[in-house]
Each structure stands twice: as structure tokens, then as C-alpha cells.
Design a protein around this ligand. Structure first.
Ligand SMILES: [Zn+2]
Length: 599
């Protein structure tokens, strides 16, 4: 899970012994969602190499520093110290959590991740109420089953940890899943048609039978049964990039990153239940900051609108210098135009389109553009892109949308509908106010593109308005990242470190980053720092801190500051725990360790 670099300075504090029970506990003080062992899967170092790396599509083991490397050992030491301390506080909760370990990936970006590993169980799954013998060719080997009961084709390439499960364990496990599906759905105000997974006796043992409400991916449409299932579980290796270790100028400053990643690990965010995160709530004055907010069911429809608007406004698509057509339209327009002038047509293709369509269908041209606009354009792409725009401009006036088959100067509405479907463009068109593609009948491709561009521009303006209103109304969006930021504070205090110092330094750090902000990024850091000093009260009233970008599960920088300081207030963190059970490296020793990363 991506960690946005959050460099933090901490100061050690001399502390007096104090009661371990605080009178106010944020829900994040529950270090785990539930203590059952189902969340996690321990791995041996060999399994890390043989299953984890290929199963996740990582590179080879040589892309990581050896586990015997001084830096790996040092990060292991820190993780162990933190884990032991948290275990002292929450022995029952962490009973089934494997001890976390570090692996260091050779990569420049300042990242850290917690990830999952595929685990295979040879327990048959009956997908449809037909006897397998009647339809034997429809069997499949493995299906993937997530904690929300969603079923899909196996994506682990046959690489997984083989584990066994007896009937009692299977019953326990699927009871647990079904119970949690009900619990998390009721949080969101849903109670009907919920997925339920039953374990039933079969002629040669037992099998898992999901009810029809469990979501099935399209690839399973004709499948009646599978020989086993794969589940992805949270595994204990926390991956840190060399780029992260390089960025941190004192060892103590990496503790918050470790604490943040451990929060993702302990609460197994990657395999969480659907209703537990990504919900909307009102951050009003009545809200109790010492408790995790609850989903507000009255905000569900508006929440969907906010998310769609955020996605449209915060489009991370790349732009080319001097570009005339929007990047959002690139794929559907390309795909549609490349269907023109089929060789099977009797009528000749318009002069301006013949070479253009040839150009669009040239695999080398396609390759030259790389993954643009999702990723930046390769050097080879600039010339191709220019030719694309010139060709489109020349050809588009000569192609007309009609009911008849594509050919000559016609493109059929049917081809347009298929393209929109294949390119997943329907939702965007809807946001642009275009519901019925038949409205383009009789228009030229040029006219249709102009209408799309205009619709996109209007949709952007409307979306900005939706987001501004949501921020002004104080609508919050609870995510796994928000929870990790909260639990990170709890962990830091358990280590005896001063959280207020940490937040103050965070403000400074974000201030230095300013200039990269745009209007969606929330309050500027000067104002944020002022509000922090006033504890978010102005003129006797609480100030609403905007989430800002509802598309970024980390939220705006000021919102992160707000979350942290609210945690401190709610838990009375002005009195951290006694002693620091960690001997930090001196600055010189840390520098030496950094140098060793590249030796
Ligand atoms: Zn995170």
C-alpha cells in the first residue's frame, strides 16, 4: 500500500510512569479489526522468495537487499521493538499476528508497502446448483475468493502457498466471513441480499457453496464448480524502499513510517470488509472526535456523486505540449476512428481518412505511444501523437455517424456503442450529460468530438462545484489511510515519543512542499499551522478542515495534520508512555548505514 512520504521529527521525552488505561480511546486503539488468525499468513524467508515475489509480480530476489544486510537487520530490529511494545499493551489482540519483518527493495521512490500473499486451499467450491458430472468441461481449477465473498478467476499464476483446511476450520472461516459481510453491510444501512458462504457435505467430503448474492466475475459465468480456492492474506514482510531510507536524515524519523505501515498490517487493510472504509460522514461540531466516525447512510447517494466528481476533476492523465484534444477522449476516439474504412467495404474511403486509419492500425505506432496518457509519453511518441492529431483533424469532418453499416464515409452507431462499451467510457459520457448515443446520428465525427469536448468541460465545472460544496458542508471520507494515520499516533506514544513535536514538524515539512498545491489541495500550511495553534477553534466555533481531494485516500496535508492533532487531544497524548525501548543509531551511524545501502 502506497505510503506518501511523511518525514517527521520526533523528540525523546523524559517520562514518568503512568496508568496504562486512558479514559478516552479512539477506535483505532483496537490494533486489529478482529484477532482471528484468518487475516494473516506467516511466511518463511524461502516462501517469501518462492511464492511471495512471483505471486505478486515483484522482480527477483536480487532486487532486494539480502536479509543479512545491516540495513535489513536494523529495520527488523526496529519493527520487533515496536511490535513487542504494542504486544505488551494488547496481548489478546495481537495473539495471532505473526511478527513483522523488513525487506528492503532497491528503488528510488520514498515508499513503503504492506502486501498480501496468495494461499491455496483444496476445498471444492460449488458455483451453481448443477451436478458437476452433467457438465464436466465447465470445471475450473482455482478461483479467487476475497473476504467480501467476491469470486473471480485465479490471478496467482498457479503460484501460491498450499495450505489445508478441515471441515470444522472451513465452517469457522466461512461463518466468520459471512458474519463480517453482514456486520459491515449493516454499518452502511444494507441488510437485504447479502452474500453468504455455506459449508455443506458432499459425496466425497465437503464443499463451499456461495449463495447467488456473492458477486461473480464475468469469467466465471459458465463455471459450475472449482477444485479449490485462493485467498490473499496479509503477510508479515514490510517492504521499504532504499529511497525511503535515504530520505530520512535521522533514524528516529523513520519510526512514524514504520508505525503507519504496521497499522496497515495489524488492521489488514488490504483484505478489509467492504463496509468498513470509504464511507462518508459529517464532521460537524456534534461529532465525537474520540471515536471513529460512523457511515452516514443519508450521504450514500451524494457520496457517489462526490467520488465521480473527484475522479473527473482529479484526472491524472498526462498531457502533451500543444495538445488540441482532451486526453480523456484519446482512447475512445482512437478506437472508433480505427474502425473506419474497413477493407471489406465496397465504397472507397474518403481520401483524408485512408492513410489515417492505416496509421491508427499500425502496431508500431501504437507501441511508440507507450501507456500514454496513463503514463508519460516515451520519446518515440511525440511525433506519432502529432501525426494523430493532424490526421484526426483532416479525416473527422468526412466521416458521418449513421444507422447503416460502417464503410465508405460512414461509421455506424452500433460501432460507436461497442467502442464506448469496450473503452469503459459510458460513465464519463453520462457525467458529460450524454445518455443516448443515437443523438449523434447524422453528425460528422468532427461534430461529435466537439460535443464531447464541450460536455467534458461542462462536467469539469459541475464536478468542481460538487467538490467545493462537499468540503464546505464538512463532509468527511473515512479511509484505511486515515485510520493508519490515527493508529500511527497511538504507536508513537506507546514508544514514549512526543506526538506534538511530530505534528509540528509535519507542518514545517508540508510548508516546504508548498507550491505544488492546486485549489483542490485544501488549506494552505500557514493557515493550517494557525488553526493547529488554536486547536481548530475560531471565534468560539470549531473550524471545518476540508478533506479536499476525495479521490486521494490520504486526504489533504492539512487534513492529515488535523487527524493527528485530534488524536492527541482525544487520548490525552500530552502524557506519553514511559521509556523508549529503542536505542536509536547516532547520526553518524545512520549515515554509514545509508551509505551501505549502495555497497
Ligand atoms: Zn498508508
Amino acid at each position: 500500500m502506497h505510503f506518501r512520504l511523511n518525514l517527521i521529527c520526533l523528540m525523546l521525552m523524559a517520562c514518568r510512569p503512568q496508568s496504562e488505561v486512558s479514559d478516552l480511546k479512539h477506535d483505532a486503539a483496537q490494533y486489529v479489526l478482529s484477532p482471528e488468525s484468518w487475516h494473516w499468513q506467516d511466511l518463511t524467508p524461502q516462501e517469501f522468495e518462492d511464492v511471495y515475489l512471483p505471486g505478486n509480480g515483484w522482480g527477483s530476489v536480487d532486487d532486494f537487499l539480502p536479509s543479512s544486510h545491516a540495513a535489513t537487520q536494523r529495520m527488523d530490529y526496529l519493527l520487533t521493538r515496536i511490535h513487542d511494545r504494542i504486544k505488551e499493551h494488547h496481548p489478546d489482540q495481537l495473539l495471532n499476528v505473526p511478527a513483522p519483518r523488513a525487506r528492503i527493495y532497491r528503488g528510488e521512490s520514498p515508499d513503503a508497502f504492506v502486501t498480501t500473499v496468495p494461499v491455496c486451499y483444496s476445498v471444492p467450491v460449488r458455483l451453481k446448483n448443477t451436478l458437476a458430472a452433467q457438465n464436466p468441461e465447465s470445471d475450473t481449477d482455482w478461483i479467487t475468493l476475497d473476504h467480501n465473498g467476491n469470486l473471480s478467476g485465479a490471478s496467482h499464476d498457479g503460484i501460491c502457498l498450499q495450505r489445508s483446511m478441515n471441515q470444522d476450520e472451513a465452517r469457522d472461516y466461512f461463518d466468520w466471513i459471512s458474519r463480517n459481510i453482514r456486520r459491515s453491510a449493516s454499518q452502511q444501512g444494507q441488510s437485504d441480499n447479502l452474500c453468504q458462504l455455506d459449508v455443506q457435505a458432499s459425496y466425497d467430503g465437503f464443499e463451499v457453496v456461495p449463495n447467488p448474492s456473492c458477486q461473480r466475475a464475468p469469467e466465471l459465468a459458465d463455471i459450475t464448480q472449482a477444485k479449490g480456492f485462493v485467498i490473499w492474506k496479509t503477510q508479515p514482510y514490510i517492504v521499504l524502499y532504499t529511497g525511503l531510507l535515504q530520505h530520512v536524515d535521522a533514524e528516529i524519523k523513520i519510526i512514524t513510517t514504520l508505525a503507519h505501515e504496521l497499522a496497515h498490517y495489524y488492521r489488514s487493510h488490504l483484505t478489509s470488509f467492504a463496509g468498513d472504509y470509504d464511507y462518508f460522514y459529517y464532521q460537524d461540531a456534534k461529532a465525537n472526535p474520540s471515536h471513529k466516525p460512523k457511515p452516514d447512510v443519508t450521504l450514500q447517494a451524494r457520496g457517489r456523486e462526490i467520488r465521480a466528481a473527484a475522479q473527473l476533476v482529479q484526472s491524472y492523465l498526462e498531457h502533451e505540449h500543444g495538445q488540441n484534444y482532451s486526453s480523456e477522449l484519446f482512447f475512445p476516439v482512437w478506437a472508433l476512428a480505427s474502425r473506419a474504412c474497413p477493407s471489406s467495404a465496397k465504397e472507397p474511403c474518403p481520401e483524408a481518412c485512408r492513410s489515417f486509419v492505416e496509421f491508427l492500425n499500425d502496431p508500431e505506432v501504437n507501441a511508440s505511444l507507450g501507456y500514454w496518457p496513463y503514463e508519460s509519453m516515451p520519446e518515440s511518441g511525440h511525433c506519432s501523437y502529432q501525426r494523430y492529431e493532424q490526421g484526426l483533424k483532416a479525416c473527422a469532418p468526412h466521416l458521418r455517424l449513421t444507422d447503416a453499416e460502417t464503410g465508405g464515409s460512414r461509421i455506424s452507431i452500433k460501432d460507436l456503442e461497442e467502442t464506448v462499451e469496450q473503452e469503459n467510457f459510458g460513465e464519463t459520457l453520462k457525467a458529460m450529460g450524454i445518455e443516448n448515443l443515437a443523438e449523434f446520428k447524422g453528425q460528422s465525427l468532427e461534430q461529435m468530438i466537439a460535443r464531447w469536448e464541450q460536455g467534458l468541460e461542462q462536467a469539469r465545472i459541475r464536478s468542481l462545484d460538487v467538490i467545493h460544496k462537499a468540503n464546505a458542508d464538512g463532509i468527511g471520507f473515512y479511509t484505511t489511510e486515515q485510520e493508519a494515520d490515527e493508529q500511527q499516533m497511538e504507536t508513537v506514544v506507546r514508544l514514549g515519543l512526543d506526538p506534538a513535536q511530530l505534528v509540528a514538524w509535519d507542518v514545517e515539512f508540508y510548508k516546504n512542499m508548498e507550491g505544488t498545491y492546486d485549489e483542490h489541495q485544501g488549506l494552505d500550511m500557514k493557515r493550517c499551522g494557525e488553526l493547529l495553534m488554536k486547536q481548530w477553534i475560531e471565534d468560539g466555533r470549531p473550524v471545518l478542515v476540508p478533506v479536499a481531494d476525495y479521490n486521494d485516500i490520504h486526504h489533504s496535508d492539512c487534513y492529515r495534520i488535523f487527524t493527528s492533532s485530534r488524536e492527541i487531544a482525544a487520548h490525552h497524548y500530552d502524557k506519553p508512555d514511559p521509556e523508549v525501548p529503542i536505542q536509536f543509531l547516532s547520526d553518524l551511524q545512520w549515515k554509514e548505514l545509508q551509505v551501505s545501502l549502495f555497497q
